[in-house]
Design a protein around this ligand. Structure first.
Ligand code: M6R
Length: 609
């Protein structure tokens, strides 16, 4: 949700900022801007649109002689996408870029207007700039001014700041929204996440909550919330610049779909010892699992769907009562906790504001927390009591694929670990479950990806419709919810997921001649019942695509198209179905000419509540 980048050093800052912004675009892409320190002071160039629009402006009026700059790519919250609302914003001697929300901006705006400030934009960011400029005018030292200014603000935010009278210096502060610093051979950097800086350096430091950063061409220092000055501790990221590039695929989403088999192996194999699930490298012992009596899974969007699938697996395999909750609702109707309740939060980005708020709420209530996170050292990962990384690698497409896939595979492993630690399954069954995720699932995904031509042909029909339904029972109902979100978020087709047996209680009235209904049936025991529901819609004119096990009897009898799934193991069938619905969504969106990796109105990392 908005991307920030900054640089000060001994090289030209402008290409670095634009390159970094093009990577950060996944965080928001409705407007973009740069503030560059030149011999004439701070020059600001900004506009509605994407990085290409900014580059055109910069080509027409190049900024030269600049080795210190900040940049921003925006996902609009306060004030629609426009040139004027684009960041950076200036007030007096302060120019800043902002990620997050200033919740009390209306009060601050009235206060500052009463003092004579005039605002050009509708943003909370311009108000923040005015408040900081006010404090800077009173105090004269940047660190103190930033400290006083943020004390007047509520909300969650990160700022990158230039001061007119401090050439070559970039200041930053983090209060709830992510920011990292990085050290290159050519100077110092600042960004919302490391992927933007991979072309320049691998050494980074994550800013702590409430910390200020002060960068000059030759130094980086941190100022803690207590006013103490400390030096950053640099770590080296394992990510490579290639991991954040398309690598020959037309879209990141497709690349990430194809990366799933490898992502599963990377996520699962470090958690296996002697063929059995083992989380000791994550600091989690079998004793810990044995104490778990009840699980609350909390997440947003696709991660909630992973929780729904995982919850069913946990109940079936580990026999632990598990419920999944939407993070933004969790605090308002918190479920009852019992002795032995574990709260599991799931987040690909590790920065989702609603999930973070739920995590903090659970911690406040004294509940133990475990985070399943992909992006390392992110806020959710750091704040949870325990963390399990999914190792899917950078996920750039807004629509998650490998992130979700690895979340489900880790949940399988947790279910196996609990079941085995508590003696609910024997060693051989635990080993078989682990093996099926590690070996069968990646193979099954590969097999499904070989059927892309058939899926593309089916997409050719779906793409002409405005309403589509997914149906399934049990695990497949949970999977249908993810399948439906995938289709609607990238193709803009209205799609609903229904428990297959529930259709006849109302929704079946929406089925008309030709309405696409996609039925998922991966569980042998539920096939007959799901097939009856398929017949109900088929006989009413629905155009049915049946995604089912390859041992299903005569599936063609009640479907226009059938996708057969490998049945090597339960995990193989489930993951193959996942790949099928992902490809179906992808191909449909391609045929509709949609912006696959950057769907309208969305952003990858949702850091506002
Ligand atoms: O980074 P997170 O996993 O916390 O993100 C949660 C959701 O915002 C995310 O899964 C979203 O629903 C995806 N765009 C769906 O593809």
């Amino acid at each position: 949700m908005c991307g920030i980048i900054g640089y000060t050093g001994n090289e030209n800052a402008v290409p670095k900022i634009t390159k970094g912004l093009s990577v950060l675009e996944y965080r928001g892409y409705d407007s973009v801007g740069i503030a560059a320190r030149t011999g004439n002071g701070i020059e600001t160039v900004k506009c509605r649109g994407r990085i290409g629009a900014l580059e055109e402006k910069l080509e027409a009026n190049p900024i030269t002689d600049c080795s210190c700059a900040i940049g921003h790519t925006r996902w609009a919250t306060h004030g629609g996408p426009s040139d004027i609302n684009a960041h950076p914003h200036r007030a007096g001697r302060v120019v800043l870029v902002h990620n997050g929300i200033i919740e009390n901006y209306k009060e601050l705006k009235s206060e500052m207007s009463a003092k004579g400030d005039r605002f050009l934009s509708e943003t909370d960011t311009e108000v923040a700039a005015a408040v900081l400029n006010d404090e800077y005018g009173k105090l004269g030292t940047p660190a103190e001014a930033i400290r006083k200014a943020i004390a007047r603000m509520t909300g969650s935010y990160a700022f990158g700041i230039l001061f007119e009278d401090l050439p070559g210096e970039v200041w930053a502060v983090r209060c709830g929204s992510p920011l990292i610093l990085a050290k290159g051979t050519d100077g110092y950097y600042l960004a919302s996440d490391m992927t933007a800086l991979l072309p320049f350096t691998k050494e980074y430091h994550c800013l702590e909550e409430g910390q200020l950063a002060h960068l000059t061409p030759n130094s980086a220092e941190l100022i803690t919330a207590d006013g103490e000055t400390v030096t950053p501790t640099w770590s080296v990221t394992a990510m490579t610049p290639e991991s954040a590039q398309k690598g020959g695929y037309p879209h990141f989403m497709l690349k990430e779909i194809y990366e799933q088999p490898e992502a599963i192996v990377k996520s699962v194999s470090p958690r296996i010892k002697g063929g059995l699930p083992d989380f000791s490298a994550d600091g989690i012992s079998p004793d810990f699992w044995a104490k778990v009596k009840n699980i609350q899974i909390v997440a947003c969007g696709s991660a909630t769907h992973a929780g729904l699938v995982g919850g069913r697996i946990l109940e079936q395999v580990a026999q632990v009562p598990t419920s999944s909750y939407i993070a933004s609702e969790y605090r308002y109707h918190p479920p009852l906790a019992v002795d032995g309740t574990l709260v599991v939060v799931i987040s690909q980005s590790g920065e989702t504001a609603d999930t973070l708020a739920a995590l903090r709420y659970a911690k406040q209530k004294g509940l133990p927390t475990l985070a399943i996170v992909n992006a390392v050292e992110t806020t959710i990962a750091r704040e949870a009591d325990y963390r399990i990384y999914t190792y899917a690698g950078p996920e750039i497409a807004v629509a998650t694929t490998k992130g979700y896939c690895t979340q489900v595979s880790v949940l399988y492993m947790i279910a196996a670990a609990i079941a085995h630690s508590c003696g609910r399954i024997c060693e051989a069954d635990a080993k078989e479950l682990v093996r099926s995720v590690l070996e069968d699932a990646p193979v099954a995904i590969h097999q499904m990806l070989e059927q892309t031509d058939a899926l593309r042909r089916m997409a050719g029909d779906i793409c002409h419709h405005e309403h589509v339904f997914y149906i399934g029972r049990g695990l497949d109902y949970a999977m249908s919810q993810e399948a439906s979100l995938k289709l609607k978020e990238i193709s803009y087709i209205h799609c609903e997921a229904y428990a297959a047996g529930e259709l006849k209680h109302g929704t079946i009235s929406l089925i008309e001649e030709g309405t696409p209904v996609i039925a998922i049936s991966t569980e042998a025991a539920l096939y007959d019942k799901t097939e009856s529901n398929v017949r109900e819609v088929y006989s009413r004119g629905a155009r049915v695509i049946l995604i089912c096990r390859d041992d299903a009897k005569n599936p063609q009898a009640s479907a226009d198209d059938v996708i057969l799934l490998p049945t090597t193991s339960g995990a193989a069938t489930l993951f193959a179905a996942l790949a099928a619905v992902q490809v179906l969504a992808y191909e449909t969106a391609v045929l509709r000419g949609c912006d696959i990796d950057r769907p309208r109105n969305l952003a990858k990392s949702v850091t506002v509540e």
